[in-house]
Design a protein around this ligand. Structure first.
Ligand code: FAD
Length: 425
């Protein structure tokens, strides 16, 4: 297919890069991008980093390539439904946008604090969008007495790092035994914890916030042990949920965990059959990953949004058989507390971790993760140039540890990584 109409729902990273790939691969028909945000596609990674520290204004995050894409933009208008039989996207403003093919790239949103009246207290923030970052930056500019961050995942830790660099007092509370425990496990998370504490973060691990209190504005958080944290700015960083609510009733296999699709990025219907004209990519897509024995997984990685959107675009134009199953080795990065953390592969279910290059004491190292004697992931900390060598071993499931006798690390020692129990054994 090279002409006709392709509609992209969700005008952010995956939507833009998918649209670009359609054009690059020869699509000459009508291309319409529908986005609920009023902004043209912008980059989210700087929002928790340089935007909060004031180095980049929120408006200076527009993605390169936006200006040159030959497309029609319908921004500020959410897709509210899908008429599959009539092949049309239904907009919240009553509009109807017919398509021959549809790419769903509606991503994810920040998980809200579960008590709505507490979440509405002024001073309580989440961080997903450019507008969220602008509101949070404005709150920080008012120099709160203490910032409380709920959640020590990547966003929570990056925000804590940015706020400490502004010289503001920060408390981070998380029920896990270490920051980043879900993704990296307790061993590597413990190293990051040391950096956080050294940077002046009041880190409360193994602890839950049960209630946010205040009169119109947040004043304190109550903890499960009965203690309190006095804070006049709270950042709720409890992970993300996929934007699939608008697909209710469309007969697709979609929920807050993602929209299921096959290896060619075709959306699956309620019976698990691929729908030929509807595709998904980016954070919203839940797809079978070969590294997990084809168990479905939804990623929240910038690089995945780009690569999967390009894969979907090729399948949309040339058919599912023209592309192999999508099998990119997942990769992400994070900057916090003077650390550049980069990851390849999937740590989920790993039963061993070994420092295979460098050392935590030196402040730069590479940790490899194994599962049942096979290499499944690698994480570099201030040692990114060592990481690419591990992509092949991860892709091939090479024996663990994959590389021995590496730089500064002659005798790698393997220990349990301290990851949460896998979802599927
Ligand atoms: C603060 C922050 C920092 C990050 N830092 C990193 C990092 O350092 N490294 C890394 O690898 N990844 C990072 N990420 C993750 C990365 O930004 C995401 O993986 C990426 O944005 C996913 O792109 P996407 O287009 O799939 O989804 P999104 O970026 O979520 O875009 C989806 C778009 O669809 C819109 N939408 C939703 N519902 C509808 C609807 N019904 N109709 C129309 N439009 C709709 C949304 O508003 C949004 O504009 C970060 C994310 C955040 C929020």
């Amino acid at each position: 297919m090279r002409d006709g109409t392709i509609v992209v729902a969700g005008a952010s990273l995956a939507g833009l890069r998918g649209a670009e790939a359609l054009r690059t691969n020869g699509f000459s028909g009508r291309l319409i991008l529908v986005g609920d945000e009023p902004h043209r596609p912008y980059d989210r990674p700087p929002l928790s980093k340089h935007v909060l520290t004031g180095e980049i204004p929120p408006g200076a995050t527009t993605l390169p390539g936006v200006g040159t894409l030959r497309a029609e933009w319908r921004l500020g208008t959410p897709a509210a439904g899908l008429d599959r039989a009539g092949r049309a996207l239904l907009l919240a403003d009553g509009g109807r946008v017919p398509f021959d093919r549809l790419l769903i790239a509606t991503g994810a949103r920040a998980r809200a604090w579960p008590a709505p009246e507490e979440a509405r207290l002024s001073g309580v923030h989440t961080l997903r969008s450019r507008d969220d970052a602008a509101a949070l930056a404005a709150g920080l500019a008012a120099r709160p007495r203490r910032v409380l961050i709920l959640g020590a995942g990547f966003i929570g830790c990056e925000v804590a790092s940015s706020i400490r660099s502004l010289g503001l007092p920060v408390t981070v509370v998380d029920p896990a035994p270490a920051p980043l425990a879900q993704a990296l496990g307790r061993v590597i998370g413990g190293f990051v914890a040391g950096r956080m504490v050294a940077a002046g973060v009041d880190l409360r691990l193994g602890m839950r916030v049960t209630r946010l209190e205040g009169d119109r504005a947040v004043r304190r958080a109550r903890l499960e042990d009965g203690g309190t944290v006095e804070a006049d700015l709270v950042v709720v960083a409890l992970g993300a949920v996929r934007n699939t609510g608008w697909l209710a009733g469309a007969g697709l296999d979609a929920d807050e965990g993602g929209l299921s699709c096959d290896g060619a990025c075709r959306a699956l219907d309620g019976e698990g059959h691929p729908v030929p004209d509807i595709f998904a990519a980016g954070d919203v897509a839940r797809f079978p990953h070969p590294l997990l024995g084809n168990r479905p997984v939804a990623l929240e990685h910038w690089g995945n949004a780009v690569a999967q959107a390009a894969h979907a675009a090729r399948a949309m134009l040339d058919g599912p058989d023209s592309v192999g199953p999508y099998a990119e080795v997942p990769a992400f990065w994070s900057n916090q507390f003077g650390l550049t953390i980069k990851s390849l592969g999937l740590t989920e279910g790993a039963d061993a971790v070994a420092i295979v290059q460098g050392s935590p004491r030196a402040g730069r190292f590479l940790a490899a993760y194994g599962r049942a004697g096979r290499t499944v992931a690698a994480v570099s900390v201030n040692a990114g140039r060592w990481l690419p060598a591990y992509e092949g071993p991860i892709r091939d499931g090479a024996p663990f540890p994959p590389i021995t006798g590496g730089a500064d690390q002659p005798r790698p020692e393997s220990v349990p990584p301290g990851l949460p129990a896998p979802k599927v054994a």
